[in-house]
Design a protein. Structure first.
Length: 443
């Protein structure tokens, strides 16, 4: 008979080994379970944070413009895609082309993922070109995404003899623009001084619509750099009726509508010239950027980025944007990070040369601005005051009202264009039929 001690002596090593196996298996199970719950727990932490929170959409422009309109539509829908479904409210913080808002986001806003900024596409590049007042490092901001890419084009009116890009180097083109510092002045300077084009600029028009009217009247032969999306939405009849001829595209890639229109960058004479043009056109790859603060928690930044991209696929959001003038062609925050890294790696001497080119002279003369003054009742008000119809010399006349530039008073008090109503009698100064109203005093 085998004693109990002998049994223990013979089997205790195996029992000990079995116990070790069981103990190790328990640890593996615990670790596996921990790994399974780690991700949901992390996701729950983000959801718990945003639950009952308010996220501010800080818009670097006044109400009524393109940046404002798009940011407000985004604010309406992005909240339901952020874990915890926070309430998203819009707040305007205009100043210095959205530089004021960007500085605030970088230095004063809470760094917790509760602020999203809608800023100008050129703001991240200001520090590279010696822009004043920049108080942030673009590479340290939390880029959420961009709603669109933008393709600018040089166009000629159908009566112009210029029909293709090569003729810009021989025949030249007389174009219209707003003034120094605008794309309509910078791009001709680059094309002339870098590529050898012969573009002459008639400057001083109050806005893009005034340039369009001048083009229709034959005062100029073309426009140097309107966006193709704006032409498609605002002047679709020009495209449909063959009124304009796209000469070349000012971008890094072609618009799907324009497969046979060359890229201006392909006319670069050497690698450095091409790099300069890439430097300028890069901002168009992120034409409607959204950003959050530096040092935002990585999980919350990812949640905002994921919510942004999910919103761009939201059918209700897409439907709501159809009335806007920018095509949806989103890029992610991670793609913006990579784009900026490439641009900021541009050699210093190339950036210096690009800056000099942008500030170089282009043959320019001042536009003669039409001014028509009339006092008349408003017959109709369209687009929440964006356009008005009134009677002038027996003919119904339409004029455009700018949210930013038109000075409006009603009964002596400053007013916004959405306060305009039919039957108001207004004393107006405007740039002729279809032109922009400069001022209107109504009662």
């Amino acid at each position: 008979m085998i004693s109990g001690n002998r049994f223990a002596h013979i089997y205790s090593p195996n029992v000990s080994f079995a116990r070790t196996l069981l103990s190790g298996a328990a640890i593996v199970v615990v670790l596996a379970a921990a790994s399974l719950v780690a991700q949901p727990a992390r996701a729950d932490a983000v959801s718990d944070f945003y639950k009952d929170k308010r996220v501010r959409m800080v818009i670097g422009y006044t109400t009524g413009g393109g940046y404002d309109s798009y940011a407000r539509v985004l604010a309406r829908f992005i909240g339901k895609h952020i874990p915890g479904t926070p309430l998203v409210i819009s707040q305007n913080m205009p100043g210095a082309g959205s530089l004021l808002a960007t500085n605030w986001i970088a230095n004063a806003a809470p760094r917790d993922g509760t602020v999203i900024g809608a800023i100008n596409r050129g703001i991240p590049f200001e520090s590279l070109t010696g822009g004043k007042g920049v108080q942030f490092d673009p590479l340290k901001l939390g880029w959420v995404g961009s709603l669109g890419k933008e393709v600018n084009v040089t166009i000629a009116w159908h009566t112009s003899k210029v029909k293709k890009a090569e003729q810009l180097f021989t025949d030249g083109l007389i174009v219209g623009g707003t003034g120094s510092g605008a794309d309509s002045a910078i791009y001709p300077a680059i094309m002339n001084n870098l590529l050898g084009a012969k573009i002459r600029l008639i400057a001083g028009y109050p806005g893009g619509n005034d340039v369009n009217i001048a083009l229709e009247r034959g005062e100029i032969e073309g426009r140097p750099s309107p966006s193709w999306s704006s032409l498609r939405s605002g002047r679709a009849d020009w495209i449909r009726d063959g009124k304009i001829v796209p000469i070349w595209q000012l971008s890094l890639s072609k618009h799907p509508d324009l497969p046979n229109v060359p890229l201006a960058i392909d006319f670069a004479k050497n690698a450095e010239d091409r790099q300069i043009m890439e430097f300028f056109f890069a901002r168009q790859e992120m034409s409607r950027p959204y950003v959050t603060t530096p040092d935002t928690d990585a999980a919350r930044l990812k949640a905002l980025r994921d919510a942004f991209m999910a919103t761009t696929k939201d059918a209700e959001f897409i439907e709501a944007t159809k009335t806007q003038d920018v095509e949806l062609d989103p890029i992610s925050g991670a793609e913006i990070d990579e784009l900026l890294k490439r641009v900021f790696a541009t050699p210093k001497h190339v950036i210096e040369r690009a800056t000099q080119l942008a500030r170089s002279e282009v043959p320019t003369q001042q536009a003669v601005i039409t001014s028509v003054k009339v006092t008349a009742p408003l017959l109709r008000v369209e687009g929440k005051g964006a356009s008005i119809i009134f009677n002038n010399a027996g003919a119904e006349t339409k004029a455009l009202v700018s949210a930013a530039r038109t000075k409006i008073t009603i009964a002596g008090q400053d007013a916004k264009r959405d306060s305009l109503k039919e039957a108001l009698i207004c004393e107006m100064d405007y740039a002729g039929p279809g032109g922009e109203v400069r001022s209107m005093a109504c009662k």
